[in-house]
Design a protein. Structure first.
Length: 571
């Protein structure tokens, strides 16, 4: 029978029979095997059992996990075949397949074999003996255990502190199962088995490293010289090279006190946590998934989560960064740095939406809306430089469209409306040329009308043809500005936004005014009315709504820009 042996970083082992064709592994409830450490993804990996009963094949698949899945020290991609004795690493957990062979004379499958460490399983199935001329040695060159020699005489050798290992180095800095040495095609490779103090080769940290003759390997505070097959190196006292520095008495006392305090805090936390779990009304033990319960994140885990969050920030992965900082705040709610970084991630996610909205307005050539969004875009955003590159295009399109609209108003005879639009253009420094041209056209039309009116005044009342007013200013088409009883805020804002996008600004302004009466604390009506009244030349109303928007705005850059606009309007 195939079994899966699971071992955590504390050496606790669980054996699971592979009786299903598919087994999922992850941190989320609902997985067949649930591993609860933070470096395990919600759905991390999957084991698939295929083939006939006599010769089953087990496939291992990484389900796009963040930290990946390692097989014999190498990260896998897609699916790969797993053999009995292969080492699978998922977060802080080590897993391996074990085959329980039938005992001699007993047709039944042996199921009562006691579980052993994963590394012991590997030695039983894959650690073939090497020929004597291919044996390597590791000689201790640090003062602790100086001169002791360990032989690498199998194709796979496990090094660690406990007796189940092939090479036992009894030192407190060595993990229970610290490293594995693999011999393949004459090459010796050392793999770190998620040890506490890591593996260093010639002073550099490695997860996996190929060894050459004379390399100095550091396992915790023990240094060993690697002697390849054929090397006749002999240890001498002059070769001692220590890595362990004994602390002075005062430092040692401080460390002991700190450890006692941490132990008391952790013990208290577990007692409280267990009492809470027992008192929960839905607490049940029966039929629970296979779970390794781990203590909450310690200080080191918080630091790791902060590093993870900062990496997501650097990659502009705002949702992932927010999740990482949320995990920190779950462990330490008053963590100021995590809260500040989370706020930044949320702000930049919102800025990304604004930047995409600006792009949509540019594609639709709605230059007025694009210019409004551009003026409100935070200058301290990581997207500010990208958005600023489109400023010239937006301002040119805005100025051109506003000039065309002003000239169209003059053709319709709406000189006063054109003058309002001209006043709004003068507030935009980039539209100075268009404002001047529109002013010249207004002046020319005013001048051309004066001579026609002068000679007719003494005579009978002239028969005048009513000029066609623009559609926006028509009283029959313009909605009232006073909200009616029963009107709702959301529909008003939705209709007003539709009219605003369609260019019907007077109608939009009246609907936004009614929405403002219903919900004075809302920022959107003031935001839109601030922009609309500027384009219509209504400085009094523009000052009023821009001031309200400025008072409610939270973003410092946008707030400063609104203050500048209000000051210019008051001049």
């Amino acid at each position: 029978m195939l079994r899966l042996v699971i071992e955590d970083d504390e050496g606790k082992t669980t054996v699971v029979p592979l009786i299903r064709d598919e087994i999922t592994i992850g941190r989320k409830d609902g997985n067949t095997i649930r591993l609860t450490e933070w470096n395990v993804s919600r759905r991390h990996a999957r084991l698939l059992r295929t083939g006939e009963n006599g010769r089953p094949t087990v496939l291992l698949e990484d389900l796009d996990s963040y930290n990946g899945v390692k097989l014999n020290g190498d990260r896998i991609h897609g699916r790969c075949t797993v053999q009995p004795g292969d080492l699978i690493q998922i977060g802080d957990y080590s897993l391996a397949l074990r085959v329980d062979a039938p005992e001699e004379g007993d047709p039944k499958t042996r199921v009562d074999a006691p579980p052993s460490a994963i590394q012991k399983e590997m030695s039983e199935y894959q650690a073939e003996l090497l020929p004597s001329d291919e044996h390597a040695r590791m000689v201790v060159v640090s003062s602790n255990l100086a001169g002791e020699t360990f032989h690498v005489d199998r194709r796979e050798v496990i090094v660690g502190r406990i007796q189940d290992n092939d090479i036992v180095i009894n030192h407190r800095s060595i993990s229970r199962n610290h490293a594995k040495i693999i011999v393949q095609n004459g090459a010796f490779t050392i793999v770190d088995l998620m040890s506490s103090n890591g593996v260093r080769v010639n002073g550099d940290d490695y997860g996996t490293a190929t060894l050459i003759n004379g390399d100095i390997i550091e396992l915790g505070h023990v240094k060993l010289r690697f002697c390849a097959p054929g090397d006749d190196y002999v240890f001498s006292r002059g070769d001692i090279n220590d890595v362990e520095v004994e602390p002075d008495t005062s430092t040692f006392k401080l460390v002991i006190i700190a450890l006692l305090l941490v132990g008391i805090a952790v013990g208290t936390f577990f007692i409280v946590r267990q009492l809470k779990q027992i008192n929960q009304p839905n607490y049940r033990h029966a039929q629970a998934p296979i779970t390794h319960l781990k203590p909450p994140a310690a200080v080191a885990d918080i630091d790791e989560m902060l590093v993870e969050g900062r990496q997501h920030l650097a990659l502009k992965a705002w949702a992932e960064a927010t999740q990482a900082f949320d995990r920190v705040l779950l462990s330490e709610p008053n963590h100021k740095e995590a809260q500040a970084l989370k706020d930044r991630a949320l702000a930049e996610a919102d800025n990304l939406k604004k930047a995409l909205e600006i792009n949509k307005e540019i594609e639709a050539k709605r230059w007025s809306d694009a210019e409004f969004l551009l003026s409100e875009f935070p200058s301290n955003s990581v997207y500010a430089a990208e958005v600023a590159q489109k400023r010239t295009l937006i301002e040119h399109g805005y100025a051109r469209d506003e000039l065309a609209r002003g000239l169209a108003l003059l053709e319709e005879g709406s000189i006063s409306e054109a003058e309002h639009l001209h006043s709004a253009l003068t507030l935009k420094p980039f539209a100075a040329e268009e404002a001047t041209r529109l002013a010249d056209e207004i002046k020319r039309q005013r001048t051309s009308e004066e001579p026609k009116k002068a000679p007719r005044r003494p005579t009978t009342k002239p028969k005048r043809v009513a000029k066609k007013e623009p559609k926006e200013a028509s009283p029959s088409d313009t909605p009232p500005m006073v909200a009616s009883p029963g009107e709702e805020y959301e529909p008003l804002v939705k209709d007003a936004t539709r009219l605003f996008v369609a260019g019907q600004r007077i109608q939009a302004a009246r609907l936004f005014e009614r929405a403002h009466q219903i919900k004075p604390s809302a920022i959107e009506p003031n935001q839109r009315l601030c922009a609309i009244y500027q384009t219509l030349g209504r400085k009094d109303r523009a000052v009023y709504h821009c001031t309200l928007h400025w008072q409610k705005e939270q973003d410092p850059a946008t707030k400063a820009n609104l203050k500048r606009i209000v000051d210019e309007l008051k001049q």
